[in-house]
Design a protein around this ligand. Structure first.
Ligand code: IPM
Ligand code: MG
Length: 370
């Protein structure tokens, strides 16, 4: 039987609650469908700091490197606000991204028909919205050196972050964007700030060259990132695939996420390059929402982004396309039935907690898989 090795890193805050709902789906797939998932578990973020004094232990890093895929919950919370910068909860996530070389972050922003009214924009602007943001994830200002705060000795300090991109980094992320575009609307919009940043100038040149060389069948457009942000809230449906750098991608994906009604809805996949021998990509799947410490432990968190992240895992790491489609359909059906967690609650709908939402999706998934 195929073995599918998963490392679960539930993390902090609502991470463990959301992950518990995915566990149920995995247990069902193993028991009824002989899916062969083998689960390992580890700690990341504040919970890892409490246990090991690091945002992720070497042992858990080794497990992440060995796994077929990592499922990640969320990290951070006020409890760890004052821990040293090097071991802050986010450092665990950044190390995973860097050491696994997960350079391509796929952030779909899909507006489920049942949720068009939950958006802060008019429903007609977001109904049927289906954008894919491809965010570069291992370069740019997140990792560029120098990254320092120095004392200037005159009562002033100077902080430096460095935005760096090499040609190959832009080539490989734009190739992912063009390839993804071919499987959907065949359009890519690249966003940078070439009007003020050298890295934006190079970004624009390399995306243009990669397009010309290998992907000229895809429609390519360029936008300054600030204008892109404006267009995202003005007329979001004009976009198909957006490709952008690490920092702009961080911000633009939160904007895009909110268009769909709630951050609690959106999954993401972070992928590495295909292995030369096996063709398999290293991968980590995580909801876009954070650890939401304010509601952690209450059983009210929305587990949909976490479950949808597992659907992306089925699709991209295990090529279980039918199962992924079914799980996504199960989520849509449950929303159609008016079952809602608090963050997406609407008049006339039934408000449920994390566990009930997970149960409803599992029941629907079972029915669709029968
Ligand atoms: C994200 C998050 C992370 C980031 C944080 C938690 C480090 O905001 O995945 O979007 O900035 O990349
Ligand atoms: Mg972010």
């Amino acid at each position: 039987m195929t073995e599918r090795n998963l490392l679960l890193l539930p993390g902090d805050g609502i991470g463990p609650e959301a992950m518990a709902e995915v566990r149920k789906i995995i247990a069902y797939m193993n028991a009824e469908k002989a899916a062969g998932f083998v689960i390992e578990e580890g700690l990341v973020g504040g919970s890892a700091y409490d246990a090991h004094g690091a945002a992720i232990s070497e042992d858990d890093m080794a497990k992440a490197l060995a796994a077929d895929a990592v499922l990640f919950g969320a990290v951070g919370g006020p409890k760890w606000d004052d821990v040293p910068y090097e071991v802050r909860p986010e450092a665990g996530l950044l190390r995973l991204r860097k050491d696994l070389e997960l350079f391509a972050n796929l952030r779909p922003a899909i507006c489920y028909p049942a949720l068009a009214n939950a958006s802060s924009l008019k429903p007609e602007l977001v109904e049927g919205l289906d954008i894919l943001i491809i965010r570069e994830l291992t370069g740019g200002v997140y990792f560029g050196e120098p990254k320092t705060i120095t004392d200037l000795g005159n009562g002033q300090k100077r902080a430096i972050d460095t935005q760096v991109y090499d040609t190959y980094e832009i080539e490989r992320i734009s190739a992912v964007a063009f390839e993804m575009a071919r499987t959907r609307g065949n359009r890519v919009c690249s966003m940078e700030k070439r009007n003020v940043m050298k890295s934006g100038v190079l970004w624009n040149q390399v995306v243009t060259a990669t397009h010309k060389e290998k992907f000229s069948d895809v429609k390519l457009e360029h936008m300054l990132a600030d204008a892109g942000g404006m267009q995202l809230v003005r007329a979001p449906k004009q976009f198909d695939v957006i490709v952008t750098d690490n920092l702009f991608g961080d911000m633009l994906s939160d904007v895009a996420a909110m268009l769909t009604g709630s951050l609690g809805m959106l999954p993401s996949a972070s992928l590495g390059a295909p292995d030369a021998k096996t063709g398999k990509r290293k991968a980590l799947y995580e909801p876009v929402h954070g650890s939401a410490p304010d509601i952690a432990g209450r059983g009210t968190a929305n587990p949909i982004a976490m479950i949808a992240s597992f659907a992306m895992c089925l699709r991209y790491s295990f090529n279980m396309v039918e199962e992924a489609d079914r799980l996504e359909k199960a989520i849509a059906n449950v929303l159609d039935k008016g079952i809602r967690t608090g963050d997406i609650m609407a008049e006339g709908a039934t408000e449920v907690g994390t566990v009930e939402m997970g149960d409803a999706i599992l029941a629907e998934f079972k029915a669709l898989s029968a």
